[in-house]
Write a protein that binds this ligand. Sequence first.
Ligand code: GDP
Ligand code: MG
Length: 296
Amino acid sequence: MNDEFKSGFAAIIGPPNAGKSTLLNKILGEKLAIVSPKPQTTRNRILGVYHGDKYQIAFLDTPGIHRTKTVLHKSMVTSAMEAVSEVDILLIVMDITHTHDEDFDNILRQYKNINIPVILVINKIDKITPEKLLPVIDHYSKEFTFKAIVPISALTGNGVDGLLSEIEKELEPGPEYYPREMITDQPEDFVIAEIIREKIYYKTKREIPYSAAVTVLDIKENPQKNLLSISARIHVESESQKGIIIGKGGKMIREIGKAARIDLEKVFGIHVFLELQAKVEKNWTRNTKSLRKLGY
Ligand code: GDP
Ligand code: MG
């Protein structure tokens, strides 16, 4: 037995809605602790670190791969690809209830010649009967040389331990990059903006597909009240998008705010007061300069 410490970086990729965030939260035990902002390393998309007994896995969440034309989308796809070029292991998550997903097949094609271990994670098995699983495993094991194909339910946690041991098998001996108490090194702003953006994306039924950016204007902590007050701005391209974000009588922006607040409270382990506003900035997704200003 080799008891050297092992470590590595893993990227979780897959189409939107496949369950990537749910999986990451499950692995990290829903205790994504935010540490104070610090200078970023080159590995700047690390969302969380899993601390095993004699190993450590640093996870990178990626914004997903989308077919797209705007600068914003290109920059997101590029950062997803760059994230992958830095990692030691790739997890590709598929939603078993969407087996003929074109996005998924495109992703597979894109990583066909990658020279790191790739694990196929078949998610949402709680939604199907076992007979449905075998043909899918059979099909994809012929399509691609996966190190492992692991069926899981990110929601219930079924199979997630097995997935961690498959990842562990692929890790090389390496340093303990992150101290045990540290689960993520993302600056707070980034995490907050990502959570809000995700809620916009789902709540608006993708009518605002990643063309809304979010900037955090202010974060104030009130330890006496165990409260974090956050003020953030949603940037949209047109008055009509602003109308969608605000909703009838402010209904949509309140819903986005509420859903984001619930997640933020989980992430920070503290009560959160979230103030959201929407602002029109014309053509900003096509304008690289304003993209840079917004941190993409
Ligand atoms: P992401 O876009 O890949 O990050 O996907 P999310 O993690 O946000 O999940 C998308 C939706 O699928 C959410 O409504 C999740 O609750 C749901 N979901 C994720 N994993 C599972 C699963 O294993 N089983 C079921 N039934 N739903 C899941
Ligand atoms: Mg997600």
